[in-house]
Design a protein around this ligand. Structure first.
Ligand SMILES: Cc1cc2nc3c(=O)[nH]c(=O)nc-3n(C[C@H](O)[C@H](O)[C@H](O)COP(=O)(O)OP(=O)(O)OC[C@H]3O[C@@H](n4cnc5c(N)ncnc54)[C@H](O)[C@@H]3O)c2cc1C
Length: 496
């Protein structure tokens, strides 16, 4: 049987492994970290779970291609309930709040009651979100005549940033509501797509959160017969003339295969595992485009008493201490819906402040000096607690710090370029076409990573894995060679 090696056990890598096995290939996966999942993860602090991924999972509604992929991978399994929230998020300013609710008509009414003078733009926004629903649910543009009728609006939102869209609204809180979605430089259509997916039930969250989801996908890998190695870093992809033929592990073992799927961050693939000059030009141009905002963030987690908290899901509050990129706003998410994430009577609260590429780079540099890094994290925790207590006075004196993590955390654990955890931001100028998964400079090598498309995320990663497995199946079927994989693994001596 022809053999595939997958480097990296994030969602893209696990998806590649599962689909490779289903295509009848032998498969071995190497993951550097002690657990599988990559960015799809959570960790424990003081008896609490800090969940660091799924805010919404596109594809939770039955009947579309992505939903089928999630069931094939085990991300959704038919027995784990999927939780539909009532709001995507809500924005607060000056003691007033408004949210993007799952009921579009109720949201329209609330927005119009808050700001009657914005009725025209509110109607246009809600009507377009409603028209996008069949597209995000089924992926077919012509599903409903309504989508076509709204094409001029869709084009308008595709060309506008959220800053530009916000300027069309008069009410300051409605302006904030729009730019509170991951930042104002993003394409307005990105928010509309996310909201349409959410409102139609196609962007919910599986109960148990990120770690449980990663564990379900890991066990699908095992069930399919993929050999998984955690805590096993790959240091090199080996090539035989122009063809990938195996990997070298950190302990010096060489493992051979007929096809390699690199499912780690592309800056690790080209720069550590392979020489940087082999990076395809199109990927390099996208990765190092200085005009594309990156997705990295500064986070905190706190514990508070359940009785002091009125559940709100995700609320974005004022926070003068934080960066320009975050618009001096602070998203706060509470996990009262996950009782197992905290001891009885307690709830975990988490915050996320998006960072610019410069801020991320500064965090990565600062992390070299552990003492100063710790001090800076402590001051972030203080500023965050002050912002939360100002916006939610009932929590004053009730917040206990659990953890602070930064772009340096993503850099350290995943090798992520500038600490980024989502790929290219969806801006009005971002090319939406995916890059090829096959690497033209080396035979029998494919990439499986969210970095092949904008804006990244779990669906992008899962589909990239499926595409890379398909590449491997096609290449190995046509070449009918299984020579490298048959060589197995050998321990290289120090001299080699
Ligand atoms: C805070 C946060 C919130 C998010 N929210 C959402 C959300 O709500 N919805 C959504 O869809 N997405 C969300 N995402 C994004 C999502 O997590 C990522 O898009 C996705 O997990 C990327 O998967 P990947 O497999 O491409 O890469 P990664 O997750 O980076 O996986 C790469 C893997 O390769 C491993 N690796 C690296 N180098 C080596 C090596 N040399 N040898 C062996 N292994 C190696 C790494 O350890 C890692 O496990 C969020 C991410 C974060 C951090």
């Amino acid at each position: 049987m022809a053999k595939v090696i997958v480097v990296g056990g994030g969602v893209a890598g696990m998806s590649a492994a599962i689909y490779a096995r289903r295509a009848g290939l032998e498969c071995e996966l190497f993951e550097a970290h002690s657990i599988m999942g990559g960015n799809l993860t959570a960790w424990r602090r003081e008896g609490c779970v800090i969940d660091n991924c799924i805010h919404w999972l596109t594809g939770t509604r039955r009947g579309n291609d992505l939903n089928r992929v999630w069931h094939e991978l085990g991300m959704l399994d038919g027995t784990t309930p999927v939780r539909r929230r009532t709001q995507l998020y809500e924005s607060e300013h000056g003691g007033v709040r408004i949210g993007l609710g799952s009921d579009l008509e109720a949201t329209r009414r609330q927005m119009r009651a808050l700001s009657p003078q914005d009725a025209r733009e509110i109607n246009r926004l809600i009507d377009t979100v409603s028209a996008l629903t069949p597209i995000v649910c089924n992926g077919r543009l012509n599903e409903k005549a309504g989508s076509i009728l709204h094409l001029p609006d869709i084009v308008y939102y595709r060309k506008a940033t959220l800053f530009a869209l916000a300027k069309r609204f008069r009410h300051p809180l409605l302006r904030l509501l729009l730019t509170d979605y991951i930042g104002g430089e993003f394409c307005a259509l990105a928010l509309l797509f996310a909201y349409a997916a959410f409102a139609s039930g196609n962007g919910s969250v599986p109960v148990g959160g990120s770690l449980a989801a990663a564990e379900r996908v890991r066990s699908t890998c095992e069930r399919e017969g993929c050999i998984l190695h955690t805590g096993t870093r790959v240091t090199q992809i080996t090539t035989d003339a122009t063809e990938a033929n195996g990997v070298i592990l950190a302990d010096g073992t060489a493992v051979f295969a007929d096809y390699i799927i690199a499912a780690c961050d592309p800056v690790v693939t080209f720069g550590t595992l392979l020489p940087r000059h082999l990076m395809p030009g199109a990927l390099e141009r996208r990765l190092y485009n200085p005009h594309t905002p990156i997705f990295s963030a500064l986070h905190t987690a706190f514990l508070c008493d359940r009785e002091t908290l009125r559940p709100f899901g995700t609320r974005i509050i004022d926070s003068p201490a934080f960066s320009v990129r975050s618009g001096k706003r602070l998203p706060v998410r509470e996990f009262s819906h996950e009782p197992t994430f905290a001891p009885e009577g307690k709830v975990v609260l988490q915050t996320i402040v998006f960072q610019t590429a410069e801020e991320s780079r500064a965090w990565i540099e600062l992390a070299e000096d552990r003492q100063r890094y710790r001090e800076r994290k402590a001051s972030v925790a203080d500023a965050t607690a002050r912002a939360i207590e100002t916006a939610m006075p009932a929590l004053r004196g009730h917040l206990a710090l659990l953890d602070v993590w930064t772009p340096a955390t993503y850099h350290r654990y995943l090798g992520a370029n500038k600490g980024a955890f989502l790929s290219y931001a969806f801006t009005p100028y971002a090319p939406l076409r995916s890059l090829p998964s096959r690497v033209s400079t080396i035979k029998n090598l494919s990439l499986a990573t969210q970095w092949l498309s904008s804006p990244g995320g779990l669906p992008t990663a899962a589909l990239a894995g499926r595409r890379a497995a398909h590449d491997a199946a096609v290449a190995l079927r046509t070449s009918a060679r299984t020579t490298h994989g048959a060589r197995g693994a050998v321990k290289l001596s120090n001299e080699s």
